[in-house]
Design a protein around this ligand. Sequence first.
Ligand SMILES: [Zn+2]
Length: 253
Amino acid sequence: MNSISFFSLLFFLLLGPLALHSQQAAVVDRLLELEDGQYFADRDSAYKNPYYGLKKLIYGNRRFVDNRSIKPRQSDADLKNGSLGQKPFATIIGCADSRVPNEIIFDQGVGDLFITRTAGQVMAEASYGTIEYATVVLNTRLIVVLGHQSCGAVKAAMSLPENPPGHVVTLINAIKPASLYAKAHASGEKEQTDLAIRQNVIEQVNELRDLEPVLSRRFASGEVLIVGAVYNLETGLVSFLEETIESLPAFNK
Ligand SMILES: [Zn+2]
């Protein structure tokens, strides 16, 4: 390899990931500066302090994007150690899509994430109870609603089918407000779908922040953080949504 191609490779290796990360909202950088953070956030600190938990997810996803995953707590011994109980530091409400494996994209391990997955991360009573269980019984203080690019459930809601099969109508109806919002505020099929995916997450974050009687109070008191993010299937990047970060208590002091 000559020196020019060596330096261009070095340039790409150094700046490629930086360019990807810079797509994150500036508010995420402010979040990372809130308290002293480190590339590998400590697990117990993440459990006690949801802002550390958020940083832990952001840094874990950066490792994944940069092909530097450390795959923590994933050995056979870790998997067989479940009888010791669990202290997951984050609850994830994500889509059932097979291309969005939560532990892998956030580079976390056994016992770290408490996960509920349905198509389009649409929630119903059982989901609420699951999330409240994590909050009240497991004392998990961070909740992330995770949408993703090219979500089939959102695409289905965008097409507004006349007679969706079986219970799929439940999903379509739940995502319909976001799809109508996107049709009114964007043009072009891809732009509309991307906006609907984002808007759907924002509405689901608000749904949980307003959910009586447990989450609304714990969010208002700052005990629990509820944020939204969208996963990019091509780059692996999880983009946390500015609106849902800026409205956290730490930004409103
Ligand atoms: Zn999906």
